[in-house]
Design a protein around this ligand. Structure first.
Ligand code: NAP
Length: 489
């Protein structure tokens, strides 16, 4: 047996959100005990910790938004509310006993490859060395406040949706919400009827996919407990999986019948739901459905027809102490201004100094656009892997499923190093270049590139996303092609 056979590796995971928890559990289940998870905050949960806005829920069916190895019979409804998802992750962390692996309040500031290992520094002054690094930092975690003149002059309360100020009373107030992505739409639905008035300010109308959200009864939950096959019918059954397939087929081919079907459902939803023809036209987008991330809502169109909800479509001139002034001169007086204006989607694990081999520096490597092969690996960053990294699949389906597939792929690469065949695996530069070229060409032809602005687009206006369908992703991540990697001895 050579000296390197069955090497015991130290693995550092960055982030204790959905993907980092997954990695920690899988590493532990694989008998790897030298594992540490660095978490910048004082709690686990990632996006479900940071987003606490009223109406927060996950628009992916709850039973599909669970780890394959931790089904949850107790979901309260078809789409789970955010706080319940946070509790789910807390329970999983305890049930799989990975909390002791997590170092809280330790943002990693640098990760530098030296003498075959990753040298890690944290904001709390810790130093560590790891053989393998898993960057599980999430995508949407740097809020993007809008560049609107006078924002700071607003006399009332004002906050971004991911920094919700729960000390501010909402009932009976005049609340303005800027932004109508998935977040803004959920907030409008939740606050209509509580606020004295809701003003929903939209720069660009959105297509809305109807999505019923029925609560599960006690009897149903008991049935899920007694018979887990009922849960599997939801998460692996034909109804959900064919929806995901049809959706990703449609995204990758805007001329497909699948995309025509999505468009028809969204158009019919608008026509059938909104009675007032003037409001209906105000809400009608002038770009194709699913070009921006589709909004799934059971009740948004119903809510905006309430007398205490106003939809304002147009450009904002400025924010004044009293409220929001539109370019048409109208002033919308408000007590509270909510910025549902999204996130800087190109940050990933940054800010963080990451330096690999051959002079590779992440800032330089990503200076044009963030990219990673299959959303997972980058050349000259050996043994560093990403979960839900750039160019991975995004859309209206479970990112847990995507992360699990990526993890299975990564684990096979880690096994190469453990086996003693090599000390490190390093993606070949030409594989990355070929992938980037093919991906960009395909991405331009997806529905995301069909002519609208969204967080899916990179700085050049090209979708920064997985451009092929779900099956293509599943096939390509099933097993790494070792010839695509340099095995460093
Ligand atoms: P978003 O989709 O990026 O939407 C941002 C909104 O702010 C858009 O309506 C945008 O208008 C508007 N906006 C930005 N700057 C503006 C300005 N200066 N003036 C006026 N309007 C401005 O952000 P998000 O709604 O927070 O959602 C982000 C992503 O989070 C979603 O796409 C989804 O992936 C995820 N999410 C998921 C769920 C779920 O249930 N699974 C729920 C919430 C969020 P334009 O369209 O004109 O740019």
């Amino acid at each position: 047996m050579s000296e390197t056979q069955h090497r015991k590796l130290r693995v550092a995971v960055i982030g204790a959100g959905m993907a980092g928890i997954l990695a920690a559990i899988r590493l532990k289940q694989g008998g790897r005990h030298d594992v540490v998870v660095y978490e910048k905050a004082d709690r686990i949960g990632g996006t479900w910790r940071e987003n606490t806005y009223p109406g927060l829920n996950c628009d992916v069916p709850a039973h599909a938004y669970t780890y394959s190895f931790a089904p949850n019979p107790d979901w309260s409804s078809f789409l789970a509310p955010g706080p319940e998802i946070q509790r789910y992750f807390e329970n999983v962390v305890d049930n799989f006993a990975i909390r002791p692996l997590i170092r809280f309040n330790q943002a990693i500031t640098s990760c530098i490859h030296r003498d075959g290992r990753w040298n890690i520094e944290t904001s709390g002054g810790l130093h560590d060395e790891a053989d393998i690094v898993i960057a599980a930092t999430g995508v949407l975690h740097h809020p993007s406040p809008p560049a609107i003149t006078g924002l700071e002059t607003f006399a009332g309360d004002r906050f971004h949706t991911a920094r919700w100020d729960h000390s501010v009373p909402l009932d009976g107030k005049r609340i303005g919400i800027i932004g109508n992505g998935s977040t803004g739409v959920q907030i409008v639905s939740a606050l209509a009827g509580r606020a004295a008035k809701i003003t929903h300010i939209q720069r660009t109308p959105q297509w809305i996919m109807p999505m019923p959200n029925d609560p599960y009864t006690d009897e149903q939950r008991e049935a899920f407990r007694q018979n887990p096959a009922l849960i599997d019918q939801i998460r692996y059954g034909e109804q959900y999986t064919s929806l995901v397939r049809r959706f990703t087929d449609g995204v990758s081919d805007p001329d497909s019948t699948q995309m025509a079907e999505i468009e028809t459902v969204c158009r019919n939803n608008l026509e059938a739901s909104v009675q007032d023809p003037e409001l209906r036209e105000r809400l009608r987008p002038n770009y194709r459905a699913a070009c921006k991330r589709l909004i799934y809502s059971p009740d948004y169109y119903q809510m905006v027809q309430r007398p205490d909800v106003e939809v304002v479509v147009g450009r904002i001139e400025r924010v004044e102490p009293e409220g929001v002034r539109m370019v048409d001169g109208s002033l919308h007086e408000l007590d509270i201004l909510v910025l549902a204006t999204g996130f800087h989607a190109n940050r990933f694990m940054r800010p963080m100094t990451i330096q690999g081999i051959n002079g590779a520096d992440l800032e330089t490597f990503w200076s044009r656009n963030p990219t990673a092969y299959l959303g997972v690996a980058m050349p000259d960053f050996p043994n560093l892997f990403l979960l839900n990294g750039p160019t991975g699949p995004v859309g209206n389906f479970s990112l847990i499923d995507i992360a699990e597939r990526q993890w299975a792929y990564i684990e096979q690469l880690i096994a190469q190093v453990e086996s003693g065949k090599c000390r490190a695996v390093n993606l070949k530069t030409e594989v990355m270049q070929d992938y980037d070229q093919r991906r960009v060409e395909a991405a331009k032809k997806t529905i995301f590139g069909s002519g609208c602005a969204s967080w899916y687009l990179d700085a050049n206006g090209v979708p920064a996303t997985w451009p092929w369908n779900y099956d293509a992703f599943a096939t390509q991540t099933a097993a790494p092609k070792l010839e695509e990697f340099e095995l460093i001895g």
